[in-house]
Each structure stands twice: as C-alpha cells, then as structure tokens.
Write a new protein. Structure first.
Length: 273
DNA sequence: AACCTAGCCAACCGCATGCTC
DNA sequence: TGAGCATGCGGTTGGCTAGGT
C-alpha cells in the first residue's frame, strides 16, 4: 500500500531541478494571484510539483528582491556574529540579511564560514598556548611576588581563558550603520525576539536597560566620562576584538562622545541589536 | 582525454509547530 | 482534547562543475 502510494506520488510530481518553463509558470501565477495555499498552488498553476517544492522554489529563487552573488564582508560578519548568538537558526539570521535566504546562508556557512570560524578558534588556541608558554617562562625568571599579586594577571592563562570566554559570550553587538544612542534608545525591531531599550536618567547618570528576551539582560550605567560600565565597557572590548580580528590597529577605534555612542573602525560602525 | 576529487548549491526529506475543526 | 492538515525550518542529499592528476 505504502509503495503504491509513493509510486503514485512519484508519477504525479516532478522532482529535481526546475526548468525555466516551470519557473515562469510559478512566477506568473504568484505575481497574479499570490501564493495562497501552497498545497493547492501547483494544481492551479498547472505545475507537476508538490506545494512544498513550489514554496521552496519561490522563497529561495524566484521571490523578488533576492540578492544573488557573493556575500559582502559586512554580511559575513553579521552571519558570524549572529551565528555565535543564535546558533543554526538560519531563518532568524536571514531576517537580518535582506535579500538573502536561510538556505543560502546555511550553504554559505557550511561551505565557507565554518572553516573560517575554525581558523579563528585555532588562532585563539594558539594564542592561548603562546600566552601560557610566555607566562611560564616569565614565571621561571620572575620573583614570587608577581605571582602573588592578584592584579597582575596580564598575559596569564586566566586572561587567555577570559578572552576566549568573553568572545563566546559577547554582548549582542552588530556592525551596521551609524546610530547614536538617541536614535536607538527607543527603537523596537519588527521581530519580537529582538531587543528593546528603555532609558532612565537620574541626575548625571543615564541608565540604558536593554532586554534580550529569553537571554541576556544588560544594564549600563553611563555617566559622562565614564568608560567602565557593563555593556558600555563590553562594547569597547568587542570593538577591540573586532579590530584584532581584522588586524586593525585598535587606535582606529575612536570614541566620539558620551552622547553619541558611536565607534569608528574606519570601515564599520557599531550598534546594539 | 579520461578520470578523480572537492566544493558549491538547489532541492528534498523529516520533524516540529501552529491552526482548524 | 486530539486528529488532520498546512507550513516552516534545519539537516542532508545529489547533481553539476572546476581543478588537479
């Protein structure tokens, strides 16, 4: 019975690559009538495909506004950042890349970016090992007092661990267009899973509460001239790491003002997401 | 020229979820 | 409440192509 059913399905529906004629039929139908119910679309459009196949073809290939071709550096960075935050949530990642499909991003990840990430991890491991070895050498020749100092942690394995840990738990920062705090403090994104901000000013201090549904909630207390608070500090850390990643001098990182919390990398800028 | 291999990418498949009755 | 169906998502497959031997 099951075999018969499968055979019938096979006989009914084409499989494999879409022909230009099929594309044309699907495009024309959806442009004129909308897709409506995907399951009934193939019959109405005169296609020997199943609804799933039509949907996939439309979403991944025929839909207007799709961006074809190679990914830009900024798109790559966005994918890497979001993948670090979201994991294999390709559809969610795709929401941040207009014109790109989840399938395209997924393929790009598996064919290219995954390798790049491995390289970065290897780089971190090497750095960690080097740091450890350097530190061991220093320890051998230095006095015990330096070991007893809790503040003297520069170059230590603990620092290397913290660096790796910090990188894997980075705040949700994306590199995008210039935005001042005033621009995004009340910004709400279309996707409910994204960030919203609330601002509270008490005297000379301004508190920004940014909430990440189901995940982090970071509060930043920003007072004029202060660089040391929570996510604000983390933003700078992230920016420094970003410069490292791109072999850029961290001095390129330019703090503009407390009122316009923007960073200039020479090629990218920062915003919270 | 023939074969092999690796990479890319479109498409398929199975599962999860949401909706309707 | 649960069955049935439609849709969406992520993992996987398989065909095509370019480059190497």
């Amino acid at each position: 019975m099951r075999c018969k059913s499968l055979e019938t399905t096979k006989a009914k529906h084409n499989k494999g690559l879409w022909s230009p004629e099929e594309d044309e039929k699907l495009r024309n139908y959806i442009m004129n009538h909308g897709h409506g119910s995907w399951s009934s679309l193939p019959i109405n459009a005169g296609l020997k495909r199943n609804g799933k196949s039509c949907r996939l073809r439309w979403i991944n290939y025929l839909r207007p506004g799709l961006k074809r071709g190679t990914f830009t550096i900024q798109e790559e960075e966005t994918i890497l950042t979001l993948h670090g935050m979201l994991g294999n949530k390709w559809s969610q990642i795709a929401q941040h890349l207009p014109g790109r499909t989840d399938n395209e991003i997924k393929n790009y990840w598996h064919s290219y970016l995954k390798k790049r990430t491995v390289e970065i991890v290897n780089f971190e491991d090497k750095k960690r090992t080097d740091t450890f070895l350097n530190n061991s050498t220093c320890e051998a020749v230095s006095s015990a007092s330096s070991l007893n100092s809790s503040e003297n942690t520069e170059g230590s394995l603990q620092d290397a661990d913290q660096l790796v840990a910090r990188r894997s738990n980075l705040p949700k920062v994306l590199f995008a267009d210039w935005l001042s705090l005033d621009q995004f403090q009340y910004q709400e994104f279309s996707n409910s899973s994204q960030l919203t901000y609330a601002k509270e000013t008490t005297g000379s201090n301004t508190t920004y509460q940014n909430s990440f549904p189901n995940e982090h909630s970071v509060q930043s207390n920003i007072s004029p001239g202060s660089l040391s608070n929570d996510s604000y500090g983390n933003m700078i850390s992230q920016a420094e790491l970003k410069c490292e990643d791109q072999n850029m001098d961290t001095e390129l990182l330019e703090f503009i003002s407390e009122d316009n919390m923007c960073f200039d990398f020479g090629m990218n800028n920062l915003m919270f997401i």
